[in-house]
Ligand binder design. Structure first.
Ligand code: UDP
Length: 454
């Protein structure tokens, strides 16, 4: 029998790299060799973010291939990025695999590809390699993609993905109602980008037909109606930060761990943790309202403000703001989020509701204040607020802004009776039970690992 050697390939975005890396660590624990393939651009960012750090974990072999975009091109333009990937990466991946396979003892036996990198599954099929799809977001979102043919047949969307009318729909009677204008592809960039996203999801439905497994970072308990509707999706989550020595080679920004010492000095359940993942940006007015809302809440807060969100336009304001609020408020470029969320001082999470942040908040029993920005984050907000009831949504004012008054009032409401924390702790227990011995997710993961090792 050949030793299993898995090639893992995420979509080149922060929220896709981290969970696939977590899954890769689970596989490594069982003696499976992993080659983790980033794009050259992200690989360089990751290496830069690690520069000067002490020990870096080295159980996973890192490799990289070009993403097809030019040096200065905007990789946050997901339409362009997706088109460039489809054009260039299939060939490059095939070449990489051929190179690795030159050493017989090293041959790639399996590919675990992000669903959004469906081309890798096609390459695997062509090269006779076993294959599995990994979905880093909610099963409900994946199932939404599976339902596109039905949405077209039922006349709910046009052939380009635009809704035929603005309405609420349910994919099944037990699933949350969705507004057609909030369909995930309509919440990504401008109209051409939305069309690219829609077509990409349709294409992924085809490429996923060639896999033996579809595993996702969720649990039966969190999305029971979806798993009933799409039993081919197997939950193996929540994927947790595994124990490894040294820094994880997957973050695009260097982690500022000084905030952990700062958290140690705060009272239990007192700190508002504010973080919006890797994509969210604000205009100046919105940034100011948020800052003033946090300042006037009179609570300690830890705010992740990425370097790319700071600009000349807001630099004077932020310098004065930091002087005023320090040391009650702390701002960092990038936090060790999982450690932050598990810290006893955290009271709540003001979040953009990315699925990873959602899972990380849930597994730490932290209540949410929801500030969705794009893509599936509106769907995740629905789960947090309406289904699991572990958070509150912020409402926009007439100017389309989350005002400081709204932010302050919702923080107060979220924290005042301990009701949300109690529900969040119950959900945490449920979620963590799934990854305990005999939990559903644990069993699915064991079966998945057995398949790889067979
Ligand atoms: N993250 C982090 N430090 C930060 C902010 C975010 O480590 O300061 C991590 C977070 O823990 C999560 C990922 O970045 O694993 C963001 O993924 P998510 O799906 O929440 O959002 P996205 O970036 O895809 O919008």
């Amino acid at each position: 029998m050949r030793n299993p050697h898995v090639l893992a390939i995420p979509y080149p975005a922060q929220g896709h790299v981290i969970p696939l890396l977590k899954l890769s660590h689970e596989l490594v624990k069982h003696g499976i060799k992993i080659t983790f393939v980033n794009t050259d651009f992200n690989h360089n960012r990751i290496m830069k973010a690690l520069a000067g750090r002490g020990e870096v974990e080295n159980e996973i072999r890192l490799a990289s291939i070009p993403d097809g975009m030019g040096q200065g091109e905007d990789r946050n333009d997901l339409g362009k990025l997706t088109e460039a990937i489809m054009e260039v990466m299939p060939k490059k991946l095939e070449m990489l695999i051929k190179d690795i396979n030159l050493s017989v003892s090293d041959e790639i036996t399996h590919i675990v590809a992000d669903v959004s990198m469906g081309f890798a599954l096609v390459v695997a099929e062509k090269m006779g390699i076993q294959r599995a799809a990994f979905w880093p977001a909610s099963a409900s979102l994946l199932n939404m993609g599976f339902c596109i043919p039905k949405l077209l047949d039922d006349g709910i969307v046009n052939s380009d993905g635009t809704p035929t009318k603005d309405q609420m729909i349910q994919l099944s009677p037990n699933m949350p109602a969705m507004r057609t204008r909030d369909f995930v592809w309509l919440r990504i960039g401008d109209l051409p980008t939305q069309k690219i996203a829609f077509n990409h999801m349709k294409r992924n439905n085809k490429t996923i037909e060639v896999v033996d497994w579809i595993v996702c970072n969720s649990t039966y308990d969190l999305e029971p109606s979806t798993f009933a509707l799409a039993p081919e999706i197997l939950p193996i989550g929540p994927l947790l930060e595994s124990n490894h020595i040294g820094y994880l080679a997957g973050h695009f920004w260097p982690e500022d761990s000084t905030c952990l010492n700062w958290l140690d000095q705060q009272d239990a359940h007192s700190v508002i943790y504010v973080a919006f993942g890797s994509f969210t940006i604000f205009d100046h007015t919105q940034l100011q309202e948020l800052a003033l809302g946090l300042e006037q809440s009179n609570k300690p807060f830890l705010w992740v403000l990425r370097s790319d969100v700071r600009s000349d336009a807001n630099s004077d304001f932020l310098t004065e703001f930091e002087d005023r609020v320090s040391p009650r408020g702390k701002i960092v470029d990038w936090a060790p989020q999982q450690k932050v969320l598990s810290h006893r001082s955290i009271a709540c999470f003001l979040s953009h509701c990315g699925w990873n942040s959602t899972m990380e908040g849930v597994t730490n029993g932290v209540p949410f204040l929801c500030w969705p920005y794009f893509a599936d984050q509106f769907l995740n907000e629905t789960y947090i607020c309406d289904i699991w009831k572990v958070g509150l949504r912020l409402n926009l004012n007439e100017a389309g802004i989350f005002s400081k008054g709204e932010i302050m009032s919702k923080i107060k409401q979220l924290l005042q009776h301990g009701k949300f924390r109690a529900t969040a702790l119950e959900l945490k227990t449920k979620a963590l039970n799934c990854v305990k011995e005999d939990g559903h997710s644990c069993k699915n993961l064991k079966d998945f690992i057995d398949w790889i090792r067979a």
